[in-house]
Design a protein around this ligand. Structure first.
Ligand code: SAM
Length: 289
């Protein structure tokens, strides 16, 4: 079987199986070998690695992963792709295709079974409609992860990488940066996919931090504070927190906490760094206790 990462072989497979793209599954298949090589390269896959691929499609990237990794598990939701994957991956004995919704897979169990609980690498050209739940699910479930190298919408990649003061900075930036160091490694135009998406894409690598980068006493409280401060972007941090039903502090206590942080009381949430959010949540945690 030839490598699929080009329009001709992809069309051949699609026609052989009379495959119809399903919009609801975010199906945009890669047809560019340079982009595929870039992803594999950025992920730093070696023959020691177990790789989890989310949404293999017709197996284009899976073939590259099988060539480079020790073992691959590829989780695909679409029934119609399962017989195709059986065909396009028949030459590889180091891949398991799992027919399931990724949001329902017990990745902890998978990492234990396939990699003895050692950190795994995740690689994917993600279905864009569930990018955030997939990434946050991976981080929050505390599955051992070394890195996540993924194709996402360009705008989402920019948000993950943004810092304070940027228009793209928000709850997603802070959540991702709490768990990992993000780096955009390639911008990918719509003509590298079949069918072409309506948006630009980017490959981003998230290197999991070995230790959490900030001291935080109550992670859940910190993320409630972060969400509340970005819910109302044009408001001050104090107003955002005061209007949040899940922050159990009075207006005065909120103002005191912001002052104790050492910043002006009329500061906006988007000016705070992750470290400052962690400190603010520790101050508030001690008041709530
Ligand atoms: N990896 C292939 C490639 O690069 O050509 C396909 C990428 S395509 C953007 C996304 C893939 O994810 C599709 O094959 C789609 O069917 C699959 N998918 C969508 N939702 C999924 C889910 N919840 N769980 C697992 N796979 C899913």
């Amino acid at each position: 079987m030839a490598y699929l990462g080009n329009p001709k072989d992809t069309i051949e497979v699609l026609q052989k199986y009379k495959f119809n793209f399903q919009k609801k599954f975010g199906q945009n298949f890669l047809i560019d070998t340079h982009v595929l090589e870039k992803i594999i390269d950025a992920a730093g896959i070696t023959k020691d690695d177990f790789v989890l691929e989310i949404g293999p499609g017709i197996g284009t990237m899976t073939q590259y992963l099988c060539e480079n990794a020790r073992e691959v598990a590829a989780v695909e939701i679409d029934n119609n792709l399962i017989p195709i994957l059986k065909d396009t991956l028949k030459e590889y004995d180091n891949v398991e295709v799992i027919h399931e919704d990724i949001l329902k897979v017990d990745i902890q169990e998978l990492a234990q079974r396939k990699n003895q609980g050692r950190p795994i690498k995740v690689v994917a050209n993600l279905p864009y409609y569930i990018t955030t739940p997939i990434i946050m699910g991976l981080f929050e479930s505390h599955v051992p992860i070394a890195s996540i190298t993924i194709m996402v919408q360009k705008e989402v990649a920019d948000r993950m990488q943004a810092g304070p003061g940027s228009k793209d900075y928000g709850a997603l930036s802070l959540a991702v940066q709490f768990y990992a160091k993000p780096e955009i490694v390639a911008n990918v135009p719509p003509n590298c996919f079949m069918p072409r998406p309506n948006v630009g894409s980017a490959v981003i690598r998230l290197m999991r931090h070995e230790t959490v980068p900030v001291d935080v006493l109550d992670e859940k409280l910190m993320f409630r504070i972060i969400r509340a401060s970005f819910n109302q972007r044009r408001k001050t941090l104090a107003n955002g927190l005061n209007n949040a039903p899940d922050i159990p502090l009075s207006k005065e206590q909120i103002q005191e906490s912001i002052t104790a942080l050492g910043v002006p009381v009329n500061i906006r949430g988007e000016a705070l760094t992750l470290e400052q959010f962690a400190k603010l949540s520790n101050i508030m945690h001690s008041i709530i206790k």
